[in-house]
Design a protein around this ligand. Structure first.
Ligand code: F6R
Length: 367
């Protein structure tokens, strides 16, 4: 099953153009998203009534939810909250009206996410429940009113990779459907659909950076700590990069929104601290660049994955890996790939059990 790959994780990283294609397949018409992908006949009518959204998930799937909030709130007038299921399930929430309740899960069996779904069904009378899930025959798909399946195929590596990027694609589809249901500008919808079609080819281009990232990884193996920075919808991608590094290479890593640096974490920065940053050419690029200068002037070693049009030039302590130019809305998906590869190669160089990191299970069916 592994073919030419040394680990399932690497195989699954390289499968992402296909898993993304599979998640888009039969779901896009010429200029819009087909509502049938939610598995019910009145999907648009249901979505039209939604006044707020609550997303619940754990771990990597939670990070996907965080990106989803940036996207949904940027493009619709629907407020969206995101919370880890293990917190949500044990606290009181005020009653809600016309809430769409969305769970995100690769396995569909995560105990806390399932319990949160049960709780909402018992207590709050959500307008509808929807799961974004990778396993058709799972508890979450069975227990939810609607299911948006990610078509990642089986994911064997414990560290989630292709499941995460297909969750992001599913959230894009959901966002566009919500726009359609709420009567958004048709040209804007058509542009988003056109951009989505570019995604598999963009991911292919980024996978070509693999040898360069492998070389870069050597610089991390002696490190005990790392910081990951991002802004806006790239902040959850920094969180995901930090989680990947932690779980498979056992290097302590933390993510910060770049604007928070001077409120504390800047004190950690010295020449021993690698700082990984994702810098697509978005509205926040200029702000991010000044955050990078704050780090450099304190001797921090910067590793920046940057849009080639961002004009971030390599210098002492500043390593730049050029990324293709991507539509702003797709940046979180495309910039996930180099961070997956980085943590993979650091783990291989350190000799950890990449596909089965210590203390972790693929599916967390107990609390
Ligand atoms: C990290 C990872 C975990 C899972 C989490 C939720 O790489 O795989 O953080 O994302 O345990 O699992 P699912 O998505 O199956 O609910």
């Amino acid at each position: 099953e592994l073919g030419d790959y040394r680990h399932f994780m690497l195989k699954e990283i390289f499968e992402q153009p296909q898993s993304v294609t599979g998640t888009l397949e039969n779901r896009l018409a010429g200029d819009h998203v087909l509502p049938a992908l939610l598995g019910v006949s009145d999907a648009l009518e249901r979505l039209a009534q939604v006044e707020e959204i609550q997303i619940l998930a754990c771990g990597t799937s939670y990070h996907a939810g965080l990106v989803g909030r940036y996207w949904i709130e940027a493009n619709t007038d629907i407020p969206c909250n995101v919370e880890v299921a293990s917190e949500y399930r044990y606290r009181r929430q005020p009653p809600r009206k016309n809430m769409l309740f969305v769970t995100i899960s690769q396995s569909g069996e995560t105990a806390d996410t399932l319990a949160a779904l049960e709780k909402i069904k018992e207590n709050h009378g959500a307008l509808a429940t929807l799961t974004i899930c990778n396993v058709a025959e799972s508890s979450l798909t069975r227990e939810s009113d609607m299911a948006l399946m990610t078509m990642a195929g089986p994911e064997i590596g414990v560290a989630s990779t292709k499941a995460f990027t297909t969750q992001l694609v599913a959230l894009q589809l959901l966002m566009v459907l919500l726009m359609q249901a709420k009567g958004a500008d048709k040209a804007k919808v058509a542009q988003m659909v056109a951009d989505l079609r570019k995604l598999p080819a963009l991911i292919e281009q980024v996978l070509d950076l693999n040898p360069k990232i492998e070389t870069l990884a050597e610089r991390f193996i002696e490190k005990n700590h790392a910081l990951f920075l991002g802004r806006g919808e790239l902040y959850p991608i920094a969180m995901e990069g930090a989680l990947k590094l932690k779980e498979i290479s056992y290097i302590h890593a933390e993510a910060y929104p770049a604007g928070e640096l001077k409120h504390g974490p800047l004190a950690l920065v010295d020449s021993e601290m690698p700082i990984v940053t994702v810098a697509p050419n978005t509205a926040l690029l200029e702000k991010l660049k000044s955050n990078l200068e704050e780090v450099r002037s304190r001797g921090g070693e910067l590793y920046v994955f940057a849009d080639r049009e961002a004009h971030i030039v390599a210098a002492d302590n500043l390593h730049v890996l050029e990324m293709p130019h991507v539509p702003e809305m797709l940046a979180p998906i495309v910039y996930t790939i180099p961070l997956q590869l980085l943590s993979y190669h650091v783990a291989v160089l350190k000799g950890t059990d990449v596909d089965k990191p210590r203390n972790l299970a693929k599916s967390v069916t107990v609390e």
